[in-house]
Design a protein around this ligand. Structure first.
Ligand code: SF4
Length: 406
């Protein structure tokens, strides 16, 4: 093994689907020059279950111990996506005391991940982009690339999903519950021109990794995306007034043949709670009207639309519930059933504005052996009633919890 240096990425595979957590793609050439890239399989259920935080203490360490690495000493850089991947690195760090593990990835960028005293010294958590952390460069001239796992089942799967890193920083960075506003990284504005499809005759679901796409990205990068009925692009979009014009122009261009077909574009909008008072409180910079206008436009061009909602807020009023009901009714009137919903419970990340505002009782999430600095607020009687009403409205429209934290 070249210089005993590995770059580990995880993947999940079923008969239909392969998910690649390709965290080293944006520094692929640099990794290849320095060591070996290695894929490790993780069952998707295993990864998801552990992200339901309360299941966490049930993780089966023996399963994790069965996964081996091809070296017994050296340095292993690990790109993590799920909490389960970090726990795997913890098990490896104990199993291979002569390997130094350097771990980074999206969950670590957003949460503190403070280790307890069972975490060995050879496991080092690093925040920041790979080019800075590993290669000590401010910018790497990106030659984005992706290797595929040497797994025979890959020939049979129909769809492959992977990510393409565009930016780590949000240009808006104001929402009070979000950690991105503290992210000191510069905006990268990476182009999508290096993106390609690694094998023929597959469907692709490609997530453009950027906390929230910018008007500039919409206008200048979207037209460069590969046009193909077999490729779908996922991205986060703010439903605010300033996005409507660039969005209109981009979708009109796409439908006239400049860039991908609008049907290839899957937009995910974080509404969180659909009342104007709550949107203002969260500093979303959007109104229920601007969100509905955005969705109307996406629907007109037959884009794929998903909306994320959060329940268990600690400050709801009766009027918020009334507005939420109106909003969801209007949403259905616009989209019919052609919309995907995500509903999750509110989790407060330490050191966000919301954490500084919230003074009530809380329940820390069990995160052994790391303190990831997230807690759940405990609702008083009145807030429980209001949040239950909101939940009932959601159920009536078939909006159910994407995952539960209870
Ligand atoms: S727009 Fe999204 S990523 Fe940006 S601050 Fe708000 S919640 Fe965070």
């Amino acid at each position: 093994m070249k210089k005993n240096i590995l770059f580990v990425q995880f993947y999940s595979i079923t008969d239909d689907y392969c998910s690649l957590f390709n965290g080293f793609s944006s520094v692929y050439k640099e990794c290849k020059n320095m060591g070996e890239l290695v894929w490790i399989e993780f069952k998707s259920k295993e990864s998801w279950a552990l992200n339901r935080w309360s299941y966490e203490q049930k993780w089966n360490m023996q399963e994790y111990e069965k996964r081996d690495l091809p070296i017994i000493k050296g340095t292993v850089y690990v790109s993590v996506f799920w909490h389960a991947h970090i726990l795997q690195t913890y098990v490896w760090a104990k199993k291979y005391p002569n390997i130094k593990f350097i771990v980074g990835g999206p969950p670590i960028m957003l949460n503190p991940y403070t280790p307890d005293d069972t975490v060995p010294d050879n496991l080092i958590i690093k925040k920041g982009l790979a080019e800075k952390v590993i290669f000590n460069k401010n910018t790497v001239n990106l030659s984005w690339d992706i290797s595929l796992p040497a797994d025979k089942r890959l020939q049979k799967v129909k769809t492959i999903d992977f990510t393409y890193l565009v930016d780590r920083k949000c240009y808006w960075k104001k929402c009070i519950f979000c950690k991105y506003y503290r992210n000191k990284e510069e905006l990268l504005n990476r182009s999508v021109s290096n993106l390609y499809l690694p094998i023929k005759n597959k469907k692709y679901s490609i997530v453009l990794q950027i906390p929230s796409i910018t008007p500039k990205f919409l206008l200048t990068e979207t037209p460069k995306l590969i046009k193909s009925p077999h490729v779908q692009y996922g991205m986060f979009l703010r439903g605010n007034n300033n996005m409507i014009l660039p969005l209109k122009k981009t979708l009109a261009n796409c439908s006239s043949g400049i860039g991908p077909d609008p049907k290839q574009l899957a937009f995910s909008i974080g509404v969180e709670f659909p009342s104007n008072r709550m949107l203002e409180y969260m500093k979303k910079g959007a109104t229920t009207y601007s969100i509905l206008k955005t969705i109307e436009l996406l629907k007109q061009y037959e884009c794929i639309i998903s909306v994320n909602l959060i329940r268990d807020w600690t400050n709801l009023t009766k009027n918020d519930i009334k507005e939420a009901k109106n909003f969801i009714e209007n949403l259905y009137a616009i989209t019919g059933n052609n919309i995907i919903f995500g509903l999750s419970t509110l989790l407060i990340i330490k050191d966000t504005t919301l954490d500084h505002i919230y003074k009530g009782p809380k329940k820390n999430l069990r995160t052994k052996p790391f303190d990831i600095g997230i807690y759940k607020p405990i609702l008083n009687k009145n807030q429980k009633i209001l949040n239950n009403e909101y939940k009932k409205i959601c159920s009536k429209f078939n909006i159910h919890e994407s995952y539960t934290n209870e």
